[in-house]
Write a new protein. Structure first.
Lengths: 262, 818, 151
């Protein structure tokens, strides 16, 4: 990777200025950036902006953009509030060494199809906050992006939720062939599906079919899961064909819903 | 993978009974587990690998590679690149001697066609080398590479090996290329090699057989993914000789073939193999050596080239893709009457190892079932515009076995017989032979051999215990949508290539009572330096610390063909044993002279010589100083050099049993337990043999389930890094259990055969058979991705065969009909 | 650009291009125990400890390491040697290319996890690939090593 000019600002305002006014490229973990061999004219290192945090506020649980996957994986607060869903989502990525580097903000900014974490965040109804004050629905942001240039500051999750994550991958440290996350919050059920191979999307009809029932019946669950493939678009890639992804989605959803429902 | 897969408690199998005469009772060093001689240094990361040793002032070499699967180079304009400060040279095909050679690391005359030039006017796969750039640093070399302007005449490639034979597009029209001896080389038909043999009348036997089976499998190309990418550096020594340090499995073949390609006498080249980070066959070829050599010869300066991981994937070698068709003729009680194996093999753009991997697919599988009246083997190896295929552990045996063991299991199903009993009824035993040994060698005729050690019965019996094999209950549902099922396979390999592989060893007695052991044998990390030292120590009656090993330097160590064909223990080990034995005799004779006795009157034990009457003694340590410093005219260096080439290739054997869990809603297959029992003769180091086999098994599981070399429609490799070609991680597989049965091969050093390859052969077969047992469907396209397995499950469910396989309704143990 | 990095307790003054990753810089400075096995952050052979935490040096921007503490296997030699004994006792030290990175990660795991189960061990070390050993011998060695630590 070639970086012509490198800067590591100490204030988030300064970082935003470099990104917005000087066309700087934000550098979060840098791991994915490195594999893409582009030339970066001005690299803006975000590691000293104090964005590495997991904390509780009156708005819910906040995770700073520069929080590493490993911090998310080992956070007792997140485990307590969301079951093992967030930990499960990040734990498949390669190894602890890489998870100590890559960040929630980096993979959110990229809106990558292969991201397991993005799927869980979408299911939880998270918000992504672009500094200084723009809070977007994360699921929507993944679909449409945001008017750039911008700097992700943090994510706001609900205070708690019952959530589950399920996925299919050919081998344990490979990219996923398909992933899904289900969450039950006070506002109802949310279902998100990613790695289609496209980026994560909600399944509004399936969500509506589950309604506000605390414990939807097996029949309802099966019906909602069975029709979910029709709500989404799937593609083929080096790892699997579109038909296969469609074929296994109902099973992944049934299992995740059953895990949340109990 | 859930934790329940990895329950560490025993499978319920009884503990292995203590062997009656344990090898460890007989030997004091051999058959003991001793730490590797190089272990600590490597773990601590001391500079030992080729890239660690490159001279600081070496030029960085980068290669310009073809973006087209097939093209003719019209022109190469390097003017801009050469003008960059720090660029030392840019070499193209016009700078290379026009001498065809083969890159295959094989003995002379090579059974691979000489169809390769260092650089050629044609490029034959995406990634094929076009130009060689050398510069002061890596960044400059990369920049210069981008500035080399190449004009191509793009040609239509042949990408499907099923269409290659007699395709009007010819990959190798060059007039200069040739075979070294008849191997069926017909480049105008895109045939790199061909072979055919028949014993008896296969068609008649099959026609007369009441039970006929026909199975075809398609095994994929596989990548070695040794952790160390290919690397070499070269320099001219003070005498102007070309010295190359390289990560290679075959220093002597590299030296000889480089001499040919560079038109240099062999004596002017020195090849050194330092520590290397794995090979598995991926380094049994010439790779980067010609390019650093050409830069050094042109500039007079040291040069280094380390391939990126992507280049290793795209531009070294893969396993040969093969279509293996097997027909069986049998009686209704399971006795085999005939086997017909026909193979189409894809050697990619060049013909390295084409004939030999293809022949090994038959020569190291067919003898397993030696009670047949007729056997036939044949087929072609064809060129395609894909990366060249070469040597890879298993070397054809894994592909051939996949077809053969599929057919055998289909036979078992057809006649309603326990697959294990079917193997036992037909397999080879100690004292028997197979005509295939005599007829099929590796590239040439083989060598007749009576099997003096074969413990397949014991391997099977123990394997059954380890997995809990009950043919009536192979399949059970452990949870809704989760099936557990078992499958098995047997395998053989070889121990060196008889009368073709040769290794030599030199042992020299040094002051301080230690011995230098110089061997050409190449340690790839396998521990060969260690086991060869064990053999020497055993023979010399000393301890491991008294043996200092130096290996794999064509200037300083004696000849050895290199590490391949599972030859190191059997061939190189035999040479070491002979040399140590000769040295021991010399030592005793010299000590006897000193003690004024006849050699027969000297007792040598516990590092001490003493006369029979006990009056005169001489310690080994004292003698070491006497013979070098004190004994006047009688002073001498006591040393011995011996060689060995086997007159047979005694096969190691394996029986493998796998239990897998299939998720019937997603097709995901997880290996719960892989139990493999091996007969390797005496394991010189039981723990090193076990680790070799465990490693081989995991590579075989990778081939069965996870690994796939994929190309785009234009011939670009899509699986070109570890993200797109994942190798099994330690979370992918449950338990692997390896046991080694007591066995003794009289022709091998201390009874040893080999262990390097046997581990990899069975997983694709055993796993296919397990899936077949559960679903009723035989998967024949590798790897068995969840997508393919789900399709099989759905086909099996549609035909109603899954239900009938579940607990309580399994296969009969006895054959259905008389 | 110029960097000051403390490597194995030694203050090193190093030069790097702004976009360089840490592996390049470390190897150039002579720390060849940090290996390059892949280009994509998959293999773990380049693992170093950054402020005691295991990271892939190939995926860590060298410029970001300015002012930080890096440990390679050479900085934990005594512990590494102790663990190596268990590895060599299983014959699991095959080609050795994965070993420095793998060993460092084992030491980090021992520091981070109290009583890891076999599944925990496999999960923590999943990012250290090995093509030679099939992992079984390494697991045996780690279990024996951890057991010995408690004695």
């Amino acid at each position: 990777m070639e970086i012509v000019e490198y800067s590591r600002p100490r204030s988030i305002d300064e970082a935003l200025r470099l990104i917005r006014d000087r066309g700087g490229t934000p550098i979060a973990g840098a791991a994915w950036l490195r594999t893409n061999a582009k030339t970066i004219k001005l690299g803006v290192d975000l590691s000293e902006l104090g964005l590495d945090f997991i904390r509780e506020t009156e708005r819910g649980v906040e995770i700073g953009a520069m929080t590493s996957y490993r911090s998310i994986e080992t956070s007792e607060l997140l485990a307590e509030r969301f079951g093992g869903a967030l930990g499960a989502a990040v734990s498949h990525v390669v190894g602890v060494q890489l998870r100590n580097i890559i960040t929630i903000g980096g993979t959110a900014a990229g809106r990558y199809g292969f991201s397991d974490l993005n799927t869980v965040l979408a299911a939880l109804g998270a918000k992504v906050v672009l500094y200084p004050k723009t809070a977007l629905d994360f699921a929507r942001y993944v679909e449409t992006g945001a008017e750039g240039p911008f700097l992700i500051e943090k994510f706001i999750l609900p205070a708690r939720a019952r959530a589950a994550f399920s996925q299919m991958r050919i081998s344990e440290s490979d990219f996923p062939v398909l992933n899904a996350a289900v969450a039950k919050t006070n506002d109802g059920w949310r279902i998100a599906v990613g790695a289609r191979p496209g980026a994560t999307r909600l399944c509004p009809r399936a969500m509506a079919m589950l309604g506000s029932a605390e414990r939807p019946s097996d029949t309802t669950v099966a019906e909602a899961a069975a029709q979910a493939p029709a709500e989404l678009r799937f593609g083929s890639d080096i790892r699997a064909g579109a038909e296969y992804r469609e074929a296994i989605l109902p099973a992944l959803l049934r299992r995740a819903i059953a895990e949340v429902r109990g | 993978m859930s934790e329940q897969h990895r329950d560490p408690s025993a499978s319920g199998a009884p503990a292995r009974p203590a062997p009656a005469l344990s090898a460890t009772n007989k030997f004091h060093v051999v058959a003991h587990d001793l730490p590797k001689v190089d272990g600590e240094g490597l773990v601590l990361g001391r500079p030992a690998y080729t890239d660690d040793l490159a001279p600081a002032n070496a030029l960085y070499v980068k290669l310009v590679r073809s973006p087209h699967a097939f093209a003719r180079i019209v022109s190469i304009d390097a003017a801009v690149a050469l003008a960059l400060p720090g660029v030392a040279c840019v070499l193209t095909w016009k700078d290379c001697p026009r001498v065809p050679y083969t890159r295959a690391g094989q003995g002379n005359p090579e059974p691979s066609p000489h169809d390769r030039f260092i650089l050629d006017e044609f490029v034959r796969y995406v990634g094929d080398e076009v130009a060689v750039i050398a510069a002061e640093d890596e960044a400059t070399a990369e920049k210069a590479a981008a500035f080399v302007a190449v004009k191509y005449e793009v040609l239509e490639p042949v990408l499907n090996f099923e269409n290659a034979l007699d395709n009007p597009i010819i990959l190798h029209p060059e007039p200069e290329i040739h075979e070294m001896f008849p191997i069926g080389f017909e480049p105008k038909r895109n045939i790199a090699a061909a072979y055919h043999m028949e014993l008896g009348d296969v068609e008649a036997e099959i026609a007369a057989s009441p039970v006929k089976i026909e199975t075809t499998v398609h095994t994929q190309a596989q990548q070695h993914v040794a952790m160390e990418p290919h690397v070499a550096f070269s320099y001219l020594d003070v005498h102007g000789r070309l010295v190359i340090y390289t990560s290679t499995q075959n220093p002597w073949h590299t030296r000889r073939l480089l001499g040919l390609a560079l038109q240099k006498p062999i004596r002017e080249i020195r090849i050194v193999k330092p520590r290397i980070g794995g090979g598995f066959g991926g380094k049994q070829q010439i790779h980067v050596e010609p390019f650093v050599a050409m830069v050094t010869l042109k500039t007079g300066r040291p040069a280094r080239l380390a391939l990126t991981r992507r280049e290793v994937f795209e531009a070294t070698f893969t396993r040969h893709e093969m279509r293996v068709s097997v027909r069986l003729g049998a009686d209704p009680n399971g006795h085999l009457r005939a086997i017909d194996m026909q193979i189409l093999s894809n050697t990619g753009a060049y013909g390295e190892h084409a004939l030999t991997t293809f022949m090994v697919a038959g020569s190291k599988t067919l003898p397993l079932y030696n009670k047949i009246a007729a056997v036939r083997f044949g087929g072609h190896v064809v060129y395609t515009n894909k990366v060249s295929a070469g040597a890879y552990r298993g070397y054809g045996a894994i592909q051939g076995l996949t077809g053969l063991e599929a057919a055998m299991d289909e036979l078992a199903h057809k006649i309603g017989m326990d697959p294990v009993e079917l193997r036992r009824m037909n397999m080879i035993h100690e004292g028997e032979t197979s005509d295939v040994f005599r007829i099929m060698g590796e590239g040439t005729e083989g060598v007749a051999m009576t099997i003096e050690s074969c413990k397949l019965e014991e391997c099977i019996a123990r394997g059954k215990e380890l997995i809990g094999w009950d043919p009536a209950r192979l399949v059970r549902e452990v949870a809704p949508g989760k099936l557990r099922t078992k499958g098995m396979a047997i395998a053989m390999q070889g121990s060196g290539i008889p009368l073709i592989d040769m290794g030599s060893a030199r042992v020299e007695f040094q002051d301080g009572g230690f011995f230098k052991l110089h061997v050409g044998a190449t340690d790839l990390g396998t521990g060969s330096d260690t086991i060869l030292a064990q053999i020497a120590a055993e023979e010399l009656g000393v301890e491991m610390k008294d043996i200092v090993v130096h290996s794999s330097d064509t200037d300083h160590t004696p000849f050895d063909v290199g590490a391949y064909a599972s030859s190191t223990t059997y061939v190189s080990g035999s040479a070491v044993q002979r040399a140590a034995r000769s040295l021991r005799e010399e030592l005793i004779a010299a000590a006897a002279r000193k003690l004024g006795a006849a050699p027969g009157d000297i007792v040598y034990e516990n590092k001490n010589f003493r006369s029979a009457d006990g009056k005169n003694t001489l310690s080994l340590d004292d003698f070491s100083f006497d013979t070098l410093y004190h004994d006047g005219a009688a002073m001498q260096t006591i040393a011995a050099t011996e060689s060995f080439s086997g007159e047979k290739s005694p096969p190691p054997y394996m029986a493998a049993f796998v239990e897998i869990e299939i998720d019937t809603e997603t097709g995901k297959v997880d290996v719960v337990h892989y139990a493999a029992v091996a007969d390797v003769g005496t394991p010189i180091s039981p723990m090193l043999a076990k680790v070799q086999i465990e490693g081989g098994i995991l590579q075989g599981i990778g081939m069965a389930l996870y690994e796939n070399v994929r190309y785009s429609e234009k011939g670009h490799m899509l699986s070109h890094n570890m993200m797109t070609y994942p190798i099994p991680s330690r979370e992918d597989v449950g338990r692997i259990t390896v046991e080694i049965v007591d066995s003794y091969e009289p022709s091998g050093p201390f009874g040893a055969k080999s262990a390097g390859e046997i581990g990899i052969d069975t997983p694709p077969s055993a796993i296919a058979n397990a899936i077949r047992n559960a679903t009723g469907v035989r998967l024949t396209e590798y790897p068995f991705t969840p997508e393919r397995v789900l399709a099989a499950i759905r086909a099996g469910a549609a035909s109603g065969s899954i239900g009938s396989r579940l607990e309580g309704a399994g296969a009969r143990t006895a054959p259905r009909a008389k | 650009m110029k960097l000051t990095i403390t490597i194995n307790g030694k203050n090193e003054l190093l030069e790097c291009a702004p976009g360089e990753m840490l592996t390049e810089v470390l190897r150039r400075a002579g720390y060849v125990e940090v290996k390059k096995g892949c280009d994509t952050g998959n293999c773990g052979a380049c693992t170093v400890l950054l402020e005691g935490k295991p990271v892939l040096s190939c995926s860590y921007l060298a410029a970001r390491a300015d002012g930080k503490n890096i440990t390679t296997i050479q900085g934990r030699v005594d512990e590494a040697r102790r663990f190596a004994q268990f590895l060599t006792a299983e014959g699991a030290d095959q080609c050795g290319f994965c070993a420095p990175g793998f060993t460092l990660t084992v030491l980090a795991m021992r520091d981070e996890l109290a009583n890891p189960s076999e599944a925990d061990i496999r999960h923590y070390l999943a990012g250290n690939l090995c093509r030679c050993s099939g992992y079984e011998g390494q697991i045996r060695a780690i279990k024996n090593y951890l057991e010995a630590q408690h004695e």
